[in-house]
Write a protein that binds this ligand. Structure first.
Ligand code: FAD
Ligand code: SF4
Length: 481
C-alpha cells in the first residue's frame, strides 16, 4: 500500500540503501558498495517525488526514462508494471541503476535538489531486481517475425541494447564478441564493487530467453570476416567500444610494475570472480599482464577520471599500504564523478591535485621507486574551453611508489577490416555514423551501423545503451525499405 503523504520530502530525508562499512571495504570486500532497498524504503523514497510536472530528471536521463511514472508505480507496489515501463525506454535498467553517475544525470537535475534529490538510481535497481526475482519477463507474445537477421559485433551495453530492440521488432539478433562472456566493459572493466557480475549473467539469461543468440570467443576481422557477416545477415551493428590507451609518453612507462589501467582492472576482476586470469588469456587481449601483489605496497595512480577512481579503490581492496591519485588539474576540473572521489577518499585514498607527472623513476635494479612530478597552476582555456595545466618551474618532487598505474583514458580506432568496407572515422578514431545523408547511426557503408563508445569516444554505459537502442530503430527502418 502506498504510504505517500503530501510534501513527504520535507519529513523524510533522501537516503541510499545501506553501505558496506568502510572497514570491510578496506579489508578486501568486493561486493557492491550499496545494498538494496526493501519494499518500505523503496516506497518512502519513491514517495518523495513531488511529481513536479517538469520532469527534468527524465530529460537529463540519456534514455529519457519515465521516472515520475515508475516512482508512482513503486508507491503502489505495482513492481511488474514498473519493470515493464523501465524496459520500455532502457534495455539494461538494473545496470544503469547501479553504474550511472546519477549526480550528473537524473538526480543532478531533480527539482528537489536543495532538499536532497529523489534516490532514482537505487529505486530503478530495486524495481528490476525485485521484478526479476519474482518471475517478471519481457512479454514478446505480440512480436511477429520479420524473417530478417542482424549481426551485432560487440556484447557491450551498446550491442546488448541493440539486440534487445531488434528481437522486440521481430528481427533475429546474433551477437558476436571476442570475449568468452557478454557485457564488454560491464564484465571486463567496471569493478564488482560498482556492478556485481551475476547481474550480467542474469541479463544474459533474459536476452537468451527473448531469442538473442550469442557467439562468444569469436573475433570479427580475425575469426570471421566482416564480408562474411555482410553476406550472411541483412545488416550489421558495430558496438566495438574504445580500447586505445592515451599514451602519456612518460619516461619509464615500460618498467615492470607500471601497469596500464584496463588490463589491471580486467585481470583483477577475473581473479575476484574466480576466473583463472593467467592460464586462459582473453581472446583478442594483447595486453595480458601478470598482476603484481599490491599487499603492503605504495601505489600511485596517474589520472583523475572514473577509470582512475576504479584503480585506486581496487588497489585499496588489494591491501595496498598507501594509495595516491595524482592529477594535473585541480579538484573542480577533475573528470571523475564527485561521488566516486568521495568514495575513494572514504576508503583512504590520498589525492594530490595540480601535479603533472614527468617520469617514472627506477632504482638500481630497474624497479620502480616513484614518479617525479611538477606542480601546476591553471592557465588559459584550450580549444575545448578547459583551462590548461601550466607547470610551475622549480616545483619538482618525487612521489614514492612501488607500483604505478596509468589511467589517462581511451579512444576508439578504425581497424583496416572496417576501413576496407568504406566505413569512415574522424581523426580521433571515432566511426562516423548518421548525418544529413544517412539514417541515424548508419556508417558510410549503408549496411553497417555503429553506436556506443566506438562512435562517441569513451563515455558512459547509459549513452551506449541509448545509441544501441536507437540504432536498432534505424536498422529496422532500413530493413522495411
Ligand atoms: P564496450 O563495453 O567496450 O563493449 C565493446 C565490446 O566489443 C567488447 O566486449 C569487445 O570485446 C567487443 N569487441 C571489440 N572488437 C571486437 C571484434 N573485432 N570482434 C568481436 N568483439 C569485439 N560508465 C558508466 O556509466 N559508469 C561507470 O561507473 C563506468 N565505469 C567505467 C570503468 C572503467 C574502468 C571503464 C574503462 C569504463 C567505465 N565506464 C563507466 C564506461 C562504460 O563502461 C563504457 O562507456 C561502455 O561500456 C561502452 O559500451 P560499448 O558497448 O560501446 O563498448
Ligand atoms: Fe538515472 Fe541512469 Fe536510470 Fe536514467 S538510466 S534514470 S540517468 S540512473
Amino acid at each position: 500500500m502506498s504510504r505517500k503523504q503530501a510534501f513527504q520530502f520535507l519529513d523524510l530525508p533522501r537516503t541510499m540503501p545501506q553501505r558496506i562499512p568502510v572497514e570491510l571495504r578496506t579489508s578486501g570486500d568486493w561486493g557492491e558498495l550499496h545494498g538494496k532497498f526493501d519494499k518500505a524504503d523503496a516506497q518512502y523514497q519513491a514517495g518523495r517525488c513531488l511529481d513536479c510536472g517538469n520532469p527534468y530528471c527524465s530529460w537529463k536521463c540519456p534514455v529519457h526514462n519515465a521516472i515520475p511514472q515508475w516512482l508512482q508505480l513503486v508507491q503502489e507496489d505495482r513492481i511488474h508494471e514498473a519493470a515493464t515501463l523501465c524496459h520500455s525506454t532502457n534495455p539494461l535498467p538494473e545496470v544503469c541503476g547501479r553504474v550511472c553517475p546519477q549526480d550528473r544525470l537524473c538526480e543532478g537535475s531533480c527539482t528537489l535538489e536543495e532538499f536532497g534529490a529523489v534516490t532514482i538510481g537505487a529505486v530503478e535497481k530495486y524495481i528490476v531486481d525485485t521484478a526479476l526475482a519474482t518471475g517478471w519477463k519481457p512479454d514478446l507474445v505480440a512480436v511477429e517475425s520479420t524473417g530478417k537477421r542482424v549481426a551485432i559485433v560487440g556484447a557491450g551495453p551498446a550491442g546488448l541494447a541493440c539486440a534487445d530492440r531488434l528481437v522486440r521488432a521481430g528481427v533475429q539478433a546474433v551477437v558476436f564478441d571476442r570475449y568468452e562472456q557478454i557485457g564488454g566493459l560491464l564484465q571486463f572493466g567496471i569493478p564488482s564493487f560498482k556492478l556485481e557480475k551475476d547481474v550480467i549473467q542474469r541479463r544474459r539469461e533474459i536476452l537468451e530467453g527473448m531469442g538473442v543468440q550469442f557467439r562468444l570467443g569469436v573475433e570479427i576481422g580475425r575469426d570471421i570476416s566482416i564480408e562474411q557477416l555482410q553476406n550472411d545477415y541483412d545488416a550489421v551493428f558495430l558496438g566495438t567500444g574504445a580500447y586505445r590507451y592515451t599514451d602519456g609518453g612518460l619516461i619509464g612507462q615500460d618498467l615492470k610494475n607500471v601497469l596500464p589501467a584496463l588490463p589491471f582492472l580486467v585481470q583483477n576482476s577475473r581473479i575476484v570472480s574466480g576466473d583463472d586470469p593467467h592460464g586462459r588469456p582473453i581472446a583478442g587481449w594483447e595486453d595480458q599482464i601478470a598482476l603484481p601483489d599490491l599487499n603492503g605496497k605504495r601505489v600511485v595512480v596517474l589520472g583523475g577520471g572514473d577509470t582512475g577512481m576504479d584503480c585506486v579503490r581496487s588497489a585499496i581492496r588489494l591491501g595496498a599500504a598507501k594509495v595516491t591519485c595524482a592529477y594535473r588539474r585541480d579538484e573542480a576540473n577533475m573528470p571523475g564523478s564527485a561521488r566516486e572521489v568521495a568514495n575513494a577518499r572514504e576508503e583512504g585514498v590520498r589525492f594530490l591535485f595540480n601535479r603533472q607527472p614527468l617520469a617514472i623513476e627506477a632504482g638500481a635494479d630497474d624497479e620502480v621507486i616513484g614518479v617525479s612530478v611538477i606542480e601546476t597552476e591553471l592557465g588559459q582555456p584550450d580549444a575545448n574551453g578547459r583551462r590548461n595545466a601550466v607547470a610551475i618551474e622549480g616545483s619538482e618532487s618525487l612521489l614514492e611508489a612501488d607500483v604505478v598505474i596509468i589511467a589517462f583514458g581511451f579512444s576508439p580506432t578504425l581497424p583496416e577490416w572496417l576501413a576496407s568496407q568504406g566505413v569512415e572515422a574522424s581523426s580521433n578514431g571515432r566511426i562516423i555514423a548518421g548525418g544529413a545523408t544517412r539514417l541515424p547511426f548508419q556508417t558510410h557503408n549503408p549496411k553497417l551501423f555503429a553506436g556506443g563508445d566506438v562512435v562517441r569516444g569513451a563515455d558512459l554505459v547509459v549513452t551506449a545503451v541509448a545509441e544501441g537502442r536507437d540504432a536498432a530503430e534505424s536498422i529496422v527502418a532500413l530493413l522495411k525499405r
